[in-house]
Design a protein around this ligand. Structure first.
Ligand code: ASP
Length: 430
């Protein structure tokens, strides 16, 4: 019998997780789910995170070293960053169009506004505190943060992915500069490490349906608790806001990604979406583009035919700095909060949102819930009180799942475009 394609296996896990989650919430099985189901999701996500760092390091070193000259590196680097920033700016614009057309903030009942503010006040204050630390730093701090002073320190946390990216590019450049003979052992070591880690992705993905089942079940358990009627009330009050984010995300995928894919590559859309679907489903289930990265890389290389040289450079960079879904969501959320508080944002404020959002999304970590923390900075840049995030915290996880899916799709789209432009796309017809 032919084995069910991976994306179908994951979809089944996801659907069963959803059904179980709803039944569990209605039957009060909250602690059973946390004790006996959730750990499998945690193990699955830990396995993915475990290999993310070695994969980025080894594949990026190999990738840069195989570019064989600095000129090529800066050409691909420049193109990649240019497209990343361009697509993010488009995403923000689509988000702003969506929220200005739908005007979700005008549709929240007054009593609900008060209730939301009271319920989420404490959590909102905590997030605002985190961001205070970020804001107290100088303007060039993000640049300083990219350069680690101790490699082992930066490799100790997946939040420091950008430092590892820097380190890997740096080592790769060193490798190009020394005679080939001398560099060979180091290069071969990292090449073989990359192959081993990619194999580990295959092994981990055997567990994907169960992992996804557990992750979704626990997410519902956490969001709804033992009181499902509350989440329904929340969904009702914030329905238009969610609708505005979702419409923006769909428009971005349908217009921007489809458009550039058609215009700039020969990749059939069906092949692309079939190939990348497991990574998208994983992004949805884990809300973390960092944890999804190993799968995104594996799918791009093995299913979409992106060369290792391109994927190992474009994707780790994308997972850390390219977050179209997050940027779009941040723009919608900022305007929604302003609308709810009856503050109007003029054109210059909306332009400020475009600028700060593109920058904030670059600085957003590829982990669950990071987007809402950076939202505080955007709100303050246009004079909207950051305590306003209390209004949207209740439904943030659901939107996080969706925006992370778009983040990952964006990275894969750009990987295909860059590969094609460098003549390094080998579309596999299966
Ligand atoms: N969860 C998102 C990601 O990992 C970041 C965010 O928007 O919170 O891509």
């Amino acid at each position: 019998m032919k084995k069910l394609a991976l994306h179908w296996q994951i979809i089944i896990g996801l659907a069963l997780g959803l059904i179980y989650g709803i039944i569990a919430t209605n039957s009060g099985w909250g602690s059973f789910t946390s004790d006996w189901i959730a750990p499998f999701g945690t193990i699955f996500i830990n396995l993915l995170k475990l290999i993310a760092m070695p994969l980025v390091l080894s594949s990026l070193i190999t990738g840069v070293a195989s570019l064989s000259d600095i000129k090529k590196l800066s050409r691909i680097g420049g193109k990649t960053i240019g497209i990343y920033i361009g697509t993010t700016a488009l995403a923000v614009t689509l988000g702003l169009i969506s929220v200005n057309l739908i005007k979700p903030g005008d549709k929240v009942p007054d009593n609900m506004k008060e209730k939301l503010k009271l319920t989420y006040q404490k959590d909102a204050a905590k997030k605002a505190n985190t961001v205070q630390k970020v804001k107290d730093r100088g303007p060039l701090q993000p640049l300083v943060d990219m350069v680690p002073s101790n490699f082992l320190n930066s490799a100790s946390s997946n939040r420091n992915m950008l430092q590892v990216v820097f380190m890997a590019i740096f080592i790769g450049i060193g490798l190009i500069q020394i005679p080939k003979e001398k560099g060979k052992p180091v290069q071969q070591f990292f090449e073989s490490l990359t192959d081993v880690v990619i194999k580990l992705v295959d092994i981990i993905m055997l567990m994907a349906p169960i992992g996804v089942f557990a992750l979704i079940a626990q997410t519902i358990n956490k969001v709804a608790g033992n009181n499902p009627s509350e989440i329904l009330e929340l969904l009702g009050a914030l329905g238009y806001y969610m609708f505005a984010v979702i419409m923006g995300l769909i428009a971005h995928a349908a217009i921007t990604y489809t458009g550039i894919m058609r215009l700039m590559t020969k990749m059939p859309l069906e092949t692309f979406y079939k190939g990348i679907a497991p990574a998208q489903l994983l992004a949805f289930s884990t809300s973390s583009s960092g944890a999804t990265l190993p799968v995104t890389m594996e799918r791009c290389e093995e299913e979409l035919g992106v060369s290792e040289e391109v994927s190992s450079f474009v994707l780790p960079l994308g997972a850390t700095i390219n977050m179209d879904g997050t940027a779009l969501y941040q723009a919608v959320a900022a305007v929604f909060i302003a609308q709810t508080l009856n503050m109007s944002l003029d054109l210059s404020a909306q332009l400020t949102i475009v600028l700060t959002t593109v920058l904030a999304s670059i600085g957003t970590a590829a982990v669950p819930g990071a987007g809402i923390v950076m939202l505080v900075i955007i709100l303050e840049s246009v004079g909207v009180p950051s305590a306003g995030i209390a209004l949207i915290l209740g439904v943030d996880r659901i939107l996080d799942m969706l925006r992370t899916t778009v983040n990952v799709t964006g990275d894969a789209t750009v990987a295909v475009i860059i590969a094609d432009s460098e003549d390094q796309l080998n579309i596999l017809t299966k």
